[in-house]
Write a protein of this length. Structure first.
Length: 197
């Protein structure tokens, strides 16, 4: 099984940031942008964990009347940011492993014809997260709930924080400069600054 991070790996930009921008442009939701900035600042200052920050930033979910329709509209707008290289290598048993909430990614997975997903388990009505926001070691923990350590044939990511999954993959690659990819260890050896990100 091949496993792919999502944002900046097979999707240009950050799918959550694009979703927030999409929501904040809607009538009646603009004030949530200031709320989002407040909690983002607290997270960047290391005063709260990402899990806490995101639970507050998704408070707007309770005010969305039809989330399914909103998500389809969102992906209609941003599907163009999918990177072309992925469509050339995509397989039906691929997995997406992302910190992005499951409810947000599932419509895109259906469009891609994929079923395997590791993501942040968030209540789409309240924003409450079950466990931790699925980044760093928590992405690995979520993966190991349903899969074994030897399940990954190839792993692709743009972020060093995904080294937990890279470490257990038979092969791992860093996506960089848009659609270029380099073997993980080779890239880390030649780009020491990568591990500081």
């Amino acid at each position: 099984m091949n496993v792919y991070d999502f944002d900046e790996t097979i999707f240009t930009g950050d799918s959550e940031d694009r979703f927030f921008d999409f929501i904040f442009q809607k009538k009646g939701f603009k004030h949530y942008k200031y709320f989002w900035k407040f909690w983002n600042r607290l997270w960047k200052m290391h005063l709260v964990e990402k899990t806490v920050s995101r639970e507050h930033q998704y408070k707007f979910l309770k005010d969305i009347d039809d989330l399914d329709a909103t998500l389809e509209e969102y992906w209609d707008n941003v599907e163009k940011y999918m990177k072309p290289w992925y469509n050339k290598v995509k397989k039906d048993d691929d997995m997406i492993a992302s910190g992005t909430p499951r409810f947000l990614l599932e419509p895109m997975l259906k469009r891609l014809g994929l079923k395997n997903l590791v993501a942040t388990e968030m209540d789409p009505k309240t924003g409450k997260i079950d466990g931790h926001f699925a980044i760093d070691k928590y992405k690995l923990e979520n993966f190991l709930k349903d899969w074994t350590e030897d399940a990954i044939d190839k792993f692709y990511s743009d972020a060093y924080s995904d080294h937990y999954l890279a470490d257990i993959a038979k092969e791992a690659y860093v996506i960089h400069d848009g659609e270029q990819f380099t073997e993980w260890k080779e890239y880390c050896d030649t780009h020491p600054e990568f591990s500081d990100k």
